[in-house]
Design a binder for this molecule. Structure first.
Ligand SMILES: Cc1cc2nc3c(=O)[nH]c(=O)nc-3n(C[C@H](O)[C@H](O)[C@H](O)COP(=O)(O)OP(=O)(O)OC[C@H]3O[C@@H](n4cnc5c(N)ncnc54)[C@H](O)[C@@H]3O)c2cc1C
Ligand code: FES
Length: 492
């Protein structure tokens, strides 16, 4: 395994003020309970709170530290090349709805930052989708044309302003980037200031119906007329989302730079398989350059550390970067048609039950848009993007691909301190993790969602599920995904 550079963790989370909302205790009621304090959940909550509606937010970990707080946080309607494809596959009306929704999401974020005077390192930047392959120039031109048809401002340049050769780019002027963890911390404060109640370290273990909805955590229960499952991947839904989505992870590295001038803009490649994404930012010590590597199916990569090494080599060969300061993985869920699933999946049988997932790694603008849409649906206001995001629309059944554990070892002797491996015994998979002091801890390696054997992520030091993307800490605690309960202890 290659040596890893940089501190583990997101530079945005490390730079944002720590939150300290209490865990839920006892039985309480609100008109709406929002499960998950990411961009979707807090957008719903603040829109409701602003309208004087009663809302409770339950967060399993801490506000803003998961997918939103680990993203590259470009606030843009430029989602690589998407509009030509949406026009061709879904038609001009739905493509326009996607453009309008994301524009509204971008505008909502900007307005709240202004109205609440949120310090979140917001910077206006152009967004570039570039290529080094001259053969892709015509696709860029077609995308610019499609985007303009839908009312977006788009241009084509022969060369993206990057310090290495390239064959041109699509440019959307006047987009933005920010620190998403600082933004969400401020949204949470605004919710609380308007009477919303926020509970952290309050994972929803059970969601079910009582007289209305009931969400149960280890410490208490919330009863509500509406429940919004804003957990990135649904932890419960009347219409299953697992097979409609594919969990995908990326490596992210933040390097120290002296000056952000050589990278003036936000950049992503046209190519998805060999993807690179770049933006500048800052932590408490100064300016940073973030580089992101290509996606891989969560839990289906046995050597994530090598992906970091490969990304670092590329960055050092192409960009004026200094030491690696931060590194982390982030996960989001893709959909076959590249449009998220959001709304009320079964208003007849499960009225007041709302979900949002499948952001295809473009959930800052989409997340703000669906957050507004869900809040408006609860308040019985018009929701123009309901058909676009319809969570029950048909999907290709062969889209989702589960995988196998990539971490099977013969013996615990193969597990180094700080690492994990999976042993197979009588058809049972056992996750063994050796702590830094050399002590071995064993637990079930079967994901508590639907039982798939887990893969050890040798960079983030987590157990990642190759089926629907649940992520567990080395000790088995749930970090992310549809799983709601930790890995139980299991003897070797
Ligand atoms: C590498 C990467 C880069 C990205 N960059 C961009 C970008 O530049 N621009 C862009 O538009 N999008 C980007 N995205 C996508 C975007 O970050 C996400 O789509 C968006 O942040 C998802 O928001 P969310 O609210 O659904 O999820 P989250 O922010 O993860 O919020 C969900 C919350 O729910 C909590 N939770 C989960 N389960 C439970 C439970 N049972 N009980 C209570 N709480 C629970 C979690 O702890 C979490 O805090 C990127 C994604 C990736 C993977
Ligand atoms: S996330 Fe579904 S089985 Fe693991």
């Amino acid at each position: 395994m290659p040596a890893l550079t940089g501190k583990p963790g997101s530079c945005w989370v490390a730079t944002a003020e720590a939150t300290d909302y209490p865990p839920l205790e006892g039985s309480i009621h609100a008109e709406t309970v929002v499960v998950g304090a990411g961009i979707v959940g807090l957008t719903v909550a603040l829109r409701l709170a602003e309208a004087g509606r009663s809302v409770i937010v339950l967060e399993g970990l801490r506000v803003g530290q998961q997918v939103t707080g680990r993203s590259s946080a470009k606030i843009t309607t430029q989602h690589r090349l998407i509009y030509r494809r949406l026009i061709d596959t879904l038609g001009t009306e739905q493509a326009r709805a996607y453009a309008d929704a994301n524009k509204a999401g971008v505008d909502r974020i900007g307005s709240w930052i202004r109205e609440y005077d949120i310090a979140c390192d917001l910077e206006r930047k152009p967004a570039y989708t570039y290529t080094q392959d001259p053969g892709l120039k015509s696709a860029i031109e077609a995308e610019a044309e499609a985007a303009r048809t839908l009312g977006l401002s788009a241009e084509v340049v022969d060369r993206a302003p990057l310090p290495f050769d390239n064959a041109g780019a699509l440019v959307f002027p006047d987009q933005a980037q920010f620190n998403p963890a600082m933004y969400l911390t401020a949204l949470a404060r605004a919710v609380a200031d308007r009477g919303g109640r926020i509970f952290e370290e309050s994972r929803a273990r059970f969601i079910g119906e009582a007289s209305r909805w009931r969400v149960v955590t280890d410490g208490g229960t919330v009863h509500a007329e509406n429940v919004v499952v804003a957990t990135n991947m649904t932890v419960k839904s009347p219409v299953g989302m697992a097979n409609r989505t594919q969990p995908r992870s990326h490596t992210v590295m933040a390097f120290r730079i002296d000056d952000s001038a050589p990278i003036d803009g936000m950049f992503i490649t046209v190519e998805e398989e060999q993807s690179r994404s770049l933006r500048t930012g800052r932590d408490a010590e100064g300016p940073l350059l973030l580089a992101l590597g290509p996606r891989f199916n969560t839990g289906q990569e046995g050597d994530v550390a090598s992906r970091f090494a490969e990304l670092e080599d590329w960055a050092r060969g192409n960009l004026p970067v200094g030491e690696t300061v931060w590194r982390w993985c982030n996960e989001d869920y893709d959909t076959a048609d590249r449009v998220p699933y959001a709304g009320e999946p079964d208003p007849e049988k499960a009225p007041g039950f709302h979900i949002a997932t499948g952001f295809n790694a473009w959930g800052i603008s989409n997340g703000a848009a669906v957050g507004m849409m869900i809040a408006d649906a609860i308040m019985e206001r018009p929701t123009p993007w309901k058909a676009l995001y319809d969570p029950t629309r048909p999907y290709p059944e062969d889209f989702h691909k589960s995988g196998e554990s990539q971490s099977v070892v013969e013996s615990v002797d193969d597990i180094a301190p700080g690492h994990g491996g999976v042993l197979v015994k009588d058809k049972k998979h056992i996750a063994a993790w050796r702590d830094e002091a050399g002590k071995l801890h064993t637990m079930s390696a079967h994901c508590t969602h639907k039982g798939c054997p887990l893969t050890w992520n040798n960079a983030d030091r987590t157990w990642d599920c190759p089926c629907h993307g649940s992520i567990f800490a080395a000790d088995g605690t749930v970090l992310h995904g549809p799983a709601r309960v930790p890995l139980p202890p299991e003897r070797l």
